[in-house]
Design a protein around this ligand. Structure first.
Ligand SMILES: [Zn+2]
Length: 514
């Protein structure tokens, strides 16, 4: 991470260059305080891609999804370098996740906005972006007020420009076999379809890009490769989003703070997700397949995850069903810890929410993504209602499942006196406690399969008294339950003479002792 000093230097020279003036005291002060005047013509430009998800996920083809996401990351990287916009890199405050901000002169604003629209059209053909440029006037709220104004302008312009540039297709046209909705442009021969299949230009380009780039962790080209069984099995979408990021960015006073904080959030997210993927053994890397490996993409086993979206404070990861929930839990925990430890973010309490949708590997990815998004919204609701820092929700989706968003979680529908049978959406601490207890149960009970869990659940549904007698029955009958009670309570065999304490150890928050 560059030091604050060097960021200060670079941003000052960026402002000076934008305005065609020497880097004087006035500019220096504005960069660090956001207060004071700037030479006339100083302009703040912001951009944001429209429907990134629409572009990345309008297909079920894993290579095509990877290619789309690679192309969007190339747009970010190109814009960050500035040259395409005919700006110096020092003028770019931030570029990532399809959005960004730059400082420039009013005279260049229109041409630069046009270049922004052009690069999205060139790289994606269908994804578009919204732009807004406002003068950096002197005002009481300083730079902070200007940032809020440029975001308001962006929202207004987005409403005016609408979403992606999709041409309508005449009913008789041959459709693309990859996305299924655009008109096919040509027949392309692929490994899986040597005789050729109709593909639209957008899909063809995305697949070419996807084939050329296996990216971090050697991302697989078939979702079957990342399912949790060699045939069939389950895969999952984890959709995560930061909490408090918008509020934090809205509070920043100076251009320098804005630049450092938004870059730091982007960096934190990227390193946290990738480190975690390694820890979960999801990347295809092995000992000798490091950066110097002569054939980095061939001969390596494919990784077991895809990272289609990872920018700003947004993550969409596709991974094996069996690890998805623990992965999301640890991701949220690691993001919290990373934010706390970061000197740049120090003091701001940032959290994260995650929606985890698990399903059979044959279930279409875009529906799974929609479900994960619905679950993420439910998790967000928990944050707002109960003022918790981070939260998660999850669901196993089948063809017949109702949409996650159409079902109000039991948490918000039950009467005060009724027992809560599902904790979803969980706050982070609850989910961690829950996982820990399941782990202890698993370790202690040799036969804790689905069947035993269902029996426990059935007794739980029947009420506290019923669950209590089931637990006591098991303790009386089986040695491993007696050990479990001691493990959970941390007490010796003496606890076994106290039925209420035994029940309390197994189900601490569920009517124990009555
Ligand atoms: Zn297509």
């Amino acid at each position: 991470m560059p030091s604050e000093e060097s960021d200060h230097e670079s941003l000052t020279s960026g402002f000076a260059r934008a305005l065609g003036v020497p880097a004087g005291e006035e500019i220096r002060r504005y960069v660090t305080t956001g207060q004071g005047g700037l030479p006339a013509g100083a302009t703040l430009l912001a951009w944001d891609a429209n429907s990134v998800h629409g572009y990345v996920f309008d297909t079920t083809n894993a290579t095509c999804i990877r290619g789309a996401s690679t192309r969007l990351r190339e747009v970010d990287a190109t814009l960050r370098r500035g040259r395409y916009l005919e700006l110096a890199p020092e003028q770019i405050l931030y570029a990532g996740g399809g959005s960004g901000m730059a400082v420039l002169s009013a005279a260049n604003a229109e041409a630069t906005e046009a270049r922004l629209h052009e690069i999205f059209a060139e790289k994606t053909r269908i994804a578009t972006c919204t732009t807004a440029a406002i003068p950096l006037l002197q005002e009481k709220e300083g730079f902070q007020g200007r940032v809020q104004e440029v975001f308001r302008a962006l929202a207004r312009n987005r409403f005016l420009t609408g979403s992606d540039a999709e041409a309508s297709v005449p009913f008789f046209a041959l459709r693309c076999a990859v996305c299924g909705h655009r008109a096919a442009a040509e027949s392309v021969s692929r490994v899986a379809v040597p005789e050729g299949r109709p593909e639209c230009e957008v899909c063809r380009e995305r697949i070419e890009t996807g084939r050329a780039s296996r990216r971090d962790g050697n991302e697989p080209s078939d979702f079957q490769d990342l399912s949790d069984h060699s045939e069939g099995g389950f895969y999952a979408v984890v959709y995560s989003d930061g909490n408090g990021v918008g509020r934090l960015l809205g509070q920043l006073k100076s251009p320098l703070e804005y630049m450092r904080v938004s870059r730091e959030i982007d960096r934190l997210l990227g390193t946290t997700v990738r480190d975690l993927a390694k820890r979960y053994d999801l990347t295809g890397d092995d000992e000798e397949a490091g950066e110097d490996h002569p054939r980095p993409n061939r001969g390596r086993p494919p990784g077991r995850y895809q990272l289609p979206i990872c920018g700003g404070d947004d993550v969409v990861a596709i991974l094996p069903g069996e690890v998805a929930l623990p992965f999301a839990r640890d991701l949220v925990r690691a993001l919290q810890a990373g934010a706390d430890a970061s000197p740049v973010l120090g003091g701001a309490t940032l959290g994260a929410c995650a929606g985890v949708a698990v399903s059979n590997v044959k279930f279409p990815i875009r529906h799974l993504l929609t479900e994960a998004e619905g679950l993420l919204k439910l998790a967000k609701r928990r944050v707002y209602r109960d003022n918790v820092r981070s939260s998660l929700s999850f669901s196993v989706i089948t063809d017949g499942s109702p949409r996650a968003e159409s079902v109000t979680p039991e948490r918000w529908t039950r009467a005060e006196t009724e027992t809560l049978l599902s904790g979803r959406p969980y706050c982070l601490e609850e989910l961690e406690t829950f996982s820990r207890r399941i782990r202890v149960l698993r370790n202690a009970l040799s036969d804790l399969g689905k069947n035993q869990l269902y029996i426990l659940l059935r007794h739980a549904h029947a009420g506290p008294a019923q669950l209590r007698s089931h637990v006591l029955y098991q303790i009386g009958r089986r040695e491993e339950w007696r050990r479990l009670v001691q493990d959970l309570s941390g007490r010796d065999a003496g606890i076994l003479t106290d039925p209420s304490a035994c029940v309390e150890a197994v189900i601490p928050e569920y009517g124990g002792g009555e």
